[in-house]
Design a protein around this ligand. Structure first.
Ligand code: 5RP
Length: 233
């Protein structure tokens, strides 16, 4: 990842705080490098007296938040959130997204739905005309995962999507999510209709959640390589 891209992510995070975060809010903190930049920026505001109640979408974000002095509330104890801020792997201009590159898609979707509003924070490289270049993650239970994989392949085929599916591995071991599940990464041709695909993948019994987010984001805050940023709602 280039220094320029990291800078664009930081710029976007600062703009989110300026435009959307207010004292007293209940916030959902997203996962991934962009969200972590945002959380680090937020830590400076909390250190300066801003009062927030926060919960997170991954264990890794809990660690970052605590490092910068943001207390984390259990999601069961926070009630409805005002706002969740999270990053995409890909986002189109209608705010459909692929998420889950960091294997946190299940908690991310739960927290997004627990919020009155979700805002997506990203650098300009994440914006696409059509979803599908980034492999679509599908979180599946470990039991009979190869059977679930066959059913995922069938649903993708029914959507006329050509796909290669791999169980995600790291250091020679299967990746296990914060909820104890596996991730199937589906390298797909273009995803023309993400909304029905999201629903149909989730109807497969072994699928816990998939990385298509088609109803969650109300807008995006984009950091650009020239140092500017913009908000699109
Ligand atoms: C994790 C995610 C992340 O939000 C997504 O992968 C973006 O990450 P980054 O900001 O590092 O590009 O969905 O499951």
């Amino acid at each position: 990842m280039s220094e320029q891209q990291n800078e664009a992510k930081k710029i976007a995070g600062r703009r989110v705080i300026q435009e959307f975060v207010r004292d007293g809010m209940k916030l959902g903190l997203g996962s991934g490098t962009t969200s972590h930049f945002f959380v680090r920026e937020l830590g400076k505001h909390v250190a300066n007296g801003m009062k927030l109640t926060c919960t997170t979408t991954s264990r890794s974000t809990i660690d970052v938040a605590r490092e910068v002095g943001i207390a984390i509330t259990d999601p069961n104890d926070i009630g409805e959130l005002d706002l969740t801020v999270d990053g995409p792997d890909e986002i189109d201009r209608q705010f459909n997204m692929i998420k889950g590159g960091g294997a946190c898609l299940l908690w991310e979707k739960i927290i997004a739905h627990a919020s009155r509003q979700m805002i997506t924070v990203c650098d300009e490289t994440k914006i696409v005309d059509r979803l599908g270049a980034f492999p679509l993650p599908v979180e599946v239970v470990q039991f009979a995962w190869k059977q679930t994989e066959r059913m995922v392949a069938r649903v993708l085929e029914e959507h006329r999507i050509e796909a290669s599916i791999y169980r995600r591995m790291r250091d020679g071991q299967p990746v296990v999510t914060d909820s104890g599940n596996f991730i199937l990464d589906c390298k797909c041709s273009a995803i023309v209709e993400p909304a029905p695909l999201e629903i149909e993948l989730n109807r497969i019994p072994g699928v816990v959640e998939n990385g298509l987010f088609t109803r969650e984001s109300a807008g995006m805050v984009v950091g650009c390589f020239d140092g500017s940023s913009y908000v699109k709602m």
